[in-house]
Design a protein around this ligand. Structure first.
Ligand SMILES: C[S@@+](CC[C@H](N)C(=O)[O-])C[C@H]1O[C@@H](n2cnc3c(N)ncnc32)[C@H](O)[C@@H]1O
Length: 215
């Protein structure tokens, strides 16, 4: 599938399935997000600038991040971003393709991306890691869920919704770690995050110079 077609399917899919994927009443303790946000809250000063790549409707991750940081969320689904603006008024949101955003070099203390890079055409993953590395300040953190197993595919009825077509494409953990390190970040650790009979990798990386990452 050509990249533009994959992106069209993903964008239209989340426009259609936004509320099925995540309701307005999603609690803060949904999934592992609160623990993931704590990883950054324990390391970064309050009000640090943080970018949430593929933020969706903002619940719960962007909302939790915005309790500590100055957060910018970016997503190319208009429905997701429209909901995020009303659900998380403390954050700033940009509607657009993450691979086309002209964020300033060294402008973020951390970049997070949960379950979003796995939707990007595989040929664009390395380029995105390079951009994320450039957007990070020295010592900045990258915390993201990426592919654990290599897989590309299409579902015709994602989340059980007829017509809810969705695409994914991702490399395995070792390849993701290599690409992230080739982008100039140091991967401090990875964790397997199970989901049904499969799962993703949570990766925690940092731009040099490194400071006190074991805290
Ligand atoms: C599975 S949802 C995850 C949302 C949120 N991060 C969470 O964990 O709840 C993936 C999100 O990534 C967004 N996304 C996928 N590819 C994107 C791209 N190329 N540019 C911007 N957003 C993208 C989708 O629109 C969708 O909202």
């Amino acid at each position: 599938m050509i990249p533009a077609e994959q992106k069209r399917i993903v964008r239209q899919g989340y426009d259609m399935l936004s509320r099925v994927y995540r309701g307005d009443d999603t609690p803060d303790d949904h999934g592992d997000y609160a623990a993931w946000v704590r990883i950054l809250a324990e390391r970064l000063p309050p009000h640090s600038p943080v970018l949430d790549v593929g933020c969706g409707c903002g619940l719960p991750a962007t909302k939790l991040l915005a309790e500590h940081f100055e957060v910018t969320g970016v997503d190319f689904s208009e429905v997701q971003i429209c909901r995020a603006r009303s659900l998380v008024p403390k954050a700033r949101f940009v509607c657009g393709d993450i691979s086309e955003q002209p964020f300033q070099a060294e402008s973020y203390a951390a970049v997070v991306s949960f379950y979003a890079i796995i939707h990007l055409p595989l040929t664009e993953h390395r380029g995105l890691y390079n951009k994320i590395a450039s957007w990070l300040r020295p010592s900045g953190y990258f915390l993201a869920s990426v592919g654990h197993f290599a897989w590309s595919g299409v579902e015709e009825a994602y989340l059980g919704v007829a017509g809810g077509k969705m695409c994914w494409s991702h490399a395995d953990e070792a390849t993701n770690v290599r690409w992230i390190e080739e982008a100039g970040l140091k991967v401090h650790w990875t964790r397997f995050v199970p989901e049904g009979d499969s799962g993703h990798t949570l990766v925690f990386a940092q731009k040099p110079p490194f400071e006190d990452w074991r805290r």
